[in-house]
Design a protein. Structure first.
Length: 148
């Protein structure tokens, strides 16, 4: 049975789901940062997904990137599927600005995560969910659900 990796549960807010993937929000106020986690058991790499799932993941990732770039007025969108610490396949979508604390380097290991002010987090997530509304096949689920 599919379950989100405990580290993802600890580090992220659960926002909802696409047909294939769960959508999470990283609790790091340094960057607008979403994570897609395909709901497939024992998958660590994109190439381990079926051909249909690979296509669906690209659709979801591209749609999410497009909406995030527009909504957050990104200078650049960074995507990554590292999996060195969390082996469960997950795809990071990080909005980058030329003024962000790590620019132009990758975000990993540059600065410590900065916690969100709870009100700012709520406003940020509400804005993103509104931007996602109607643009993609997305079902928001925020109230206490963790996607399993």
């Amino acid at each position: 049975m599919f379950q989100l990796h405990p580290q993802l549960r600890q580090d992220c807010e659960y926002l909802g789901r696409f047909p294939l993937s769960h959508l999470l929000w990283m609790r790091d106020a340094n960057y607008p940062w979403a994570i897609l986690v395909p709901e497939r058991e024992d998958v660590q790499e994109i190439h381990q997904l079926s051909d249909d799932d690979q296509v669906q993941l690209i659709r979801e990732s591209s749609g999410l990137s497009r909406i995030m770039a527009r909504h957050f007025q990104a200078h650049k969108m960074n995507l990554g599927a590292l999996g060195n610490l969390v082996p469960q396949l997950h795809l990071h979508h990080v909005v980058r600005y030329r003024s962000d604390p790590a620019w132009p380097a990758p975000v990993w290991g540059r600065v410590s995560a900065s916690p969100y002010d709870p009100q700012v987090l709520e406003q940020t997530l509400e804005g993103l969910l509104q931007a996602l509304n109607g643009g993609l096949d997305f079902l928001p689920v925020r109230a206490g659900s963790q996607g399993d």
